[in-house]
Design a protein around this ligand. Structure first.
Ligand SMILES: Cc1cc2nc3c(=O)[nH]c(=O)nc-3n(C[C@H](O)[C@H](O)[C@H](O)COP(=O)(O)OP(=O)(O)OC[C@H]3O[C@@H](n4cnc5c(N)ncnc54)[C@H](O)[C@@H]3O)c2cc1C
Length: 486
């Protein structure tokens, strides 16, 4: 139980990447900050656990971190001094097809383009301007909707980003370039004919050719641990096993930052919110869910295309059209028997994940929000399609459906891993369309989770922007007073 006698400048509820980022940002300005975390360990979507057998480490949620290494805030923190070590697989991603060929996303733009054969020229034309303007783009994209500070960088993105992926893909000639793009755009968890799904795909290409798509040595928990240790070194406090269910539990403070989604904020703070705002939070849209399997494998996945074994992430689902069809079905509330499956094979590149020469595998597919259907067979058929013999090398597995995810972390409403649907209406102006979307219209209350801009992923930018808003509104500190900036 928190000591009610102590007061803090700010209190953060939840220790996900955004809660930790917000807390660090405020502590960097000398404020006293305390984090309350419901679970017995910190980290939110960055936990790594021994789910089946001692010594085998599985990333329960996030696994691969293009957004963390591209984050203007996280990359400025000395997290490597606190034990964070990035590992870069030979390739960021691979996308095998039935023909036996595979689209390959290398860290090197020219290699990626070259491997796309006939599409070499168009890939370069599309992605090179994004890569050259990456710094400015990440500053503008990883924040709330505002006047761009880097208009030239944004122009490099052009109208292409606004297009549905299904339109932009027409510029590619080869099946593998189209499929590779489908896999990137499908990270949006939206139908690929939705506006701006191209932007998501292009951002994942840009990230690959700049910071890469690394995985942390030891698991995503190392990001959480390094952030928490850095926060503690700045004088911050963390209390785990403390689920906040009412504002009355919170010690005296000037600011409360919720690393939570609208549903929980309504529950915890509803009685101090204007009814119009409560209604807006109630109409916030959550996205599709996920069904996940963690494996212990007797040996590495026997990919038909051996280049897939060099990739940290493998996207499965076949052609652009197949992936578009499955994402469409899911957004309409049905399950796909031929889903897009995201696979991460961390132990191929990080030998600290297993105690012996066996392997771990992380795989999930999208499902309708709230689904409880067991997708094990369907995911395994999809892996077997591109890796015949896969089913024979499974030693153990554990599955999580959308209800398991919500039980594990209350933020994953109906299995939505992004804190809300990331369509154009909710991408930059979430959870409500306010000029300052972080500020809740009640004294000292703020959103700092992925339900605020720029949304899901491990980048901490929602927390960073929320904390800046707290500094300005509650402590009267303008940018010129800050000792830390990005
Ligand atoms: C299966 C899966 C795969 C993913 N893969 C990736 C990936 O590879 N790369 C990537 O970048 N992102 C990935 N993500 C998304 C990423 O994990 C999330 O977008 C990110 O964690 C959101 O951060 P957050 O800080 O907003 O919230 P969270 O990480 O959800 O943290 C919220 C915290 O608040 C705590 N909490 C909840 N309610 C309360 C309460 N009442 N009182 C106190 N504490 C509370 C929770 O226990 C949790 O620790 C994945 C997510 C999932 C589930």
């Amino acid at each position: 139980m928190a000591s009610q006698s102590q007061s803090y400048d700010a209190v953060v509820i939840g220790s996900g990447p955004n809660g930790l980022a917000a807390a660090i940002r405020l502590a960097l300005e000398g404020l006293s900050v305390k984090i309350f975390e419901a679970s017995d360990t910190i980290g939110g979507g960055m936990r790594t656990k021994e789910l089946m057998t001692a010594g085998y480490k599985h990333d329960v949620c996030s696994a691969i971190h293009p957004m963390a290494v591209s984050s203007p805030f996280l990359k400025k923190l000395p997290l490597n001094d606190f034990g964070l070590e990035w590992i870069h697989p030979d390739y960021a991603a691979a996308h095998p097809l039935d023909s036996g060929e595979a689209g390959i996303l290398s860290r090197d733009l020219h290699e990626t383009a070259f491997l796309l054969e006939e599409d070499e020229g168009y890939y370069k034309k599309l992605v090179e301007p994004i890569v050259s303007n990456w710094e400015g783009l990440t500053h503008d994209f990883l924040g709330p909707l505002s006047v761009p500070k880097h208009p030239i960088a944004l122009a490099s993105f052009g109208l292409k980003g606004l297009l549905p992926a299904s339109l932009l893909k027409r510029k590619f000639k080869t099946e593998k370039a189209k499929a590779l793009f489908a896999g990137m755009a499908a990270h949006s968890i939206l139908p690929l004919n939705s506006i701006a799904t191209s932007a998501i795909g292009l951002v994942f290409y840009g990230a690959a050719h700049t910071g890469g798509w690394p995985l942390p040595k030891g698991g995503s928990q190392s990001i959480a641990d390094s952030m928490a240790d850095y926060f503690l070194s700045l004088g911050g406090e963390i209390e785990t096993d403390f689920r906040v269910s009412t504002l009355k539990q919170i010690p005296e403070t000037k600011a409360v930052l919720f690393d939570l989604t609208p549903k929980q904020v309504n529950r915890i703070a509803g009685d101090v919110l204007p009814s119009s705002y409560r209604n807006k939070l109630s109409s916030f849209k959550y996205g599709s869910g996920v069904f996940k399997i963690d494996y212990i494998l007797k040996e590495p996945v026997p990919w038909k295309n051996s280049e897939c074994a060099k990739a940290g992430t493998v996207h499965l689902g076949g052609t652009f059209e197949e992936i578009a069809e499955s994402e469409k079905m899911i957004s309409e509330g049905s399950h796909s028997d031929n889903p897009f499956v995201l696979v991460a094979q961390q132990s191929l590149f990080d030998d600290s994940r297993t105690p012996d020469n066996k392997h771990t595998l992380w795989a999930y597919c999208h499902v309708p929000n709230g689904s409880t259907r067991d997708m094990t067979g369907i995911i395994e058929n999809q892996i077997e399609r591109f890796a015949p013999g896969f089913k024979d090398i499974i030693e153990a597995k554990v599955t999580m459906n959308t209800a398991d995810f919500e039980n594990y972390n209350e933020n994953y409403i109906g299995g939505d891993i992004n804190g809300g649907r990331q369509d154009i209406t909710q991408l930059f102006s979430r959870p409500v369309s306010f000029i300052n979307p972080y500020k809740i219209p009640a004294k000292g209350l703020y959103f700092c989770s992925s339900s605020a801009p720029p949304g899901g992923g491990v980048h901490g930018m929602c927390g960073f922007h929320a904390a800046n808003s707290v500094l300005k509104n509650e402590f009267g500190r303008s940018k010129s007073d800050w000792t830390f900036n990005i």
